[in-house]
Write a protein that binds this ligand. Structure first.
Ligand code: SAM
Length: 231
């Protein structure tokens, strides 16, 4: 499992280049994945949503654009420079209706049984203790009705796997280091994806933490998945 303080300082280093790198390295497809996440949240009509590991806030902004005004949206990340980026975007977009703050998933500054939905996009893989993180999310979600949505990299279809890992190991770090000047961060990205469980493995993790009705929706030939579970 990744070391939390190393993860935090790595995101602090790349915070100001994070959005640009994301758009270029995923060829803009990352927006489609996040929009699918937002659609799945929307159909469940939550009154309160918390976006964890929000980073520069893309999921929080997409949720805000889609959900009714009455829905309360909070967004937390444990890396202060990432939250500063999100707040800068909030001013630029003139979107004051999201409450951004610093908060660690392993010790959430949120009341138990207080949220209808928790979203976490490309942050679950970075947790030092995923089981502890899931138990914290379970504590905060309203029991029986609350839903957890995890958007994360996954293991692609075997036929696509060699091409995918060639891109991740050989092509992507080169371009990422041109954009961010931080080769180490993108080597970490690759190794963390390679060692991450497949959809069945993450389904088991959610069920072991007590989530019910767990489903996994594959995207991008299985290289990304949306996992949904009920508290
Ligand atoms: C790859 S970024 C994803 C950002 C955003 N959700 C997105 O989809 O673009 C991962 C984020 O997870 C955050 N993170 C990692 N571990 C965390 C933890 N224990 N608590 C809160 N945030 C965490 C990092 O600071 C980073 O901003």
């Amino acid at each position: 499992m990744p070391d939390a303080s190393k993860v935090n300082s790595m995101f602090a280093r790349i915070a100001s280049k994070y959005d640009l790198a994301n758009r270029m390295l995923s060829f803009g497809i990352d927006r489609i994945w996040r929009n699918r996440l937002v659609e799945e949240v929307d159909v469940r009509n939550p009154e309160t949503v918390v976006d964890l590991a929000t980073g520069s806030g893309d999921v929080a902004f997409a949720l805000r654009a889609d959900l009714p005004d009455s829905t309360r949206i909070k967004a937390l990340d444990f890396c202060a420079p990432m939250i500063e980026e999100a707040k800068r975007k909030q001013v630029a977009l003139n979107e004051p209706r999201i409450e951004f703050g610093v908060g660690d998933i392993l010790e959430l500054p949120l009341d138990e049984n207080s949220s209808d939905a928790i979203t976490i996009s490309f942050g679950y893989r970075n947790l030092e203790d995923r089981h502890k993180g899931l138990l914290e999310m379970m504590r905060v979600l309203k029991s029986d009705t609350g839903h957890l949505f995890i958007l994360e990299f996954s293991q692609p279809h075997p036929l696509y796997r060699p091409f995918y890992y060639f891109y991740l190991k050989c092509v992507m770090p080169f371009f990422a280091s041109l954009i961010t000047r931080d080769l180490e961060a993108y080597k970490y990205l690759c190794s963390s994806i390679e060692s991450f469980p497949d959809r069945a493995g993450i389904t088991r993790e959610l069920e072991d933490a007590g989530f019910r009705d767990v489903i996994a929706i594959p995207m991008a030939l299985g290289s990304v998945a949306l996992h949904i579970g009920r508290a």
